[in-house]
Write a protein that binds this ligand. Structure first.
Ligand SMILES: [Zn+2]
Length: 60
């Protein structure tokens, strides 16, 4: 529920609270932390969102 509410407002990194950088192409929307803590990838055609959060997953 909290995650849903958060999406209505400006997206910010849960780790450093900086605004996320949004990118978008034909079938994908991407939001990334400038410090690379967090990445949110939405596949528009599939309606699937994949979240990479440094506090929970290791990713580079
Ligand atoms: Zn961050």
């Amino acid at each position: 529920m909290r995650a849903t509410l958060k999406k209505l407002f400006e997206s910010r990194c849960p780790n450093c609270s900086q605004p996320l950088i949004s990118e978008r192409d034909a079938d994908r929307s991407l939001k990334t932390c400038p410090q690379c803590h967090y990445k949110e990838e939405t596949y528009l055609s599939l309606g699937v969102t994949v979240v990479y959060n440094e506090t929970r997953n290791d990713f580079k």
